[in-house]
Design a protein around this ligand. Sequence first.
Ligand SMILES: NC(=O)c1ccc[n+]([C@@H]2O[C@H](COP(=O)([O-])OP(=O)(O)OC[C@H]3O[C@@H](n4cnc5c(N)ncnc54)[C@H](O)[C@@H]3O)[C@@H](O)[C@H]2O)c1
Length: 343
Amino acid sequence: MAVKIGFIGAGGNANWHMDMIEDVPDAQIVAVADLALDRAQATADKHNAKAYASHKTMLADEDLDCCYISIPPHQHGEPEIDVIQKGLPFFVEKPLALRQDLMDDILERIEKHNIGTCVGYQIRYLDIMDQAKEMLKNTFINAVQGHYVCGAIGGWYTRLALSGGQITEQATHMLDLMRYVLGDVEWIAASKRQGAVVTADSLDATALGAGSESTETAGLQLHDYNIWDATTLLMRFRSGVPATFMCSCQVNYMFEVLFDIFTTDFRLKIDYDKMTVIRKIDGETQSETIQADTSPKIDATFIEAVKTGDFSKVRSSYRDAIESLRVSLATLEAVQTGTIVKL
Ligand SMILES: NC(=O)c1ccc[n+]([C@@H]2O[C@H](COP(=O)([O-])OP(=O)(O)OC[C@H]3O[C@@H](n4cnc5c(N)ncnc54)[C@H](O)[C@@H]3O)[C@@H](O)[C@H]2O)c1
């Protein structure tokens, strides 16, 4: 029997997951809900599914086995609560939400109703992360550094209150990865940069219309840029490992993520789809680069979990993902208060 899936949100990311699901055996996208009905319709047509303008109608009319929730960060809350009320397992995109109390409320409901969840931190599923974790088991980690740099996209992303800014919306992937490999964070100090001149031309214009609930509200005024150009973090993990991290969305000329781990025996430079191991062999410093298997795994893992009821292979549950979001929220607090924030 195919796993019947309903989507809440039919934007760029949801469409990517739907394309991946087409290759997962025994999975069927049966319904797509988006506040922009035309977007829901176009996506539903592509996958022979039914379109809805509201997730509430979709949940009332369809007999689903699970849901995907892929909506802008500021829209979280009601969709999750309604899906949980229906007793359905769900996949939800990062960032989970922009407020701790909302995430805590959703988690309480998830655990009360024993709902299986999977959060879209897909970098965790790369085989090089397994190798990195294995290698780090028997060494001493001195310190780590990381960064996430790229250009700014338009749409809801440009407003701090809607996206949480780059540290919450994009760099959360790296903060989550650091937690996955190094464990939880103990404290954070942070600073920010603002003042870059941003115009419609310096944003990714194709994204200006995307993500709005209607084309009428897709003008530049709505997307008036007020997120931070750069954020820097100094932090300490509970294991004692110190770390620095920087993200900037005013680096229009490139996209680069880096997670750089210095141990007493070797250095691991993880750059999303490859890992370089640098160490001394026979007195000479040598480096070996390992390419990751980037074939998508997260959707197949989630759908298998829904089918079997066994969520043990899911690498990021709602409960765990809250801890990654707490790092971003603590960063915002550290910048705004100028203090060290303990987690
Ligand atoms: N895991 C990843 O690597 C990855 C990659 C890209 C995006 N994302 C995440 O996916 C989410 C969506 O991003 P996107 O790029 O697809 O955004 P988008 O703006 O392209 O699409 C969002 C869609 O959600 C719809 N929507 C908003 N509120 C809704 C609601 N209450 N009910 C139904 N539909 C609603 C909007 O109309 C829009 O069509 C974000 O949280 C983003 O961070 C994750």
